[in-house]
Design a protein around this ligand. Sequence first.
Ligand SMILES: [Zn+2]
Length: 63
Amino acid sequence: MVSKKIIDKKPVFLCDICGIGYADKKTAQECEDYCQAHPGSCNPEISKKGVYFPGDFIPLKQK
Ligand SMILES: [Zn+2]
């Protein structure tokens, strides 16, 4: 489930699996769907749209 959080006075939608935040709920949901289907990896096409990255985020896999 995507969760909403206010960061820097802006609403950010967080993927509950990887914790990356997005400016819109749709993208966060896409990320979460991807994370669910591919545990331990993130889709760089989606995560590059992220506006918030948690401090303990595992670095994206480089291709
Ligand atoms: Zn995610």
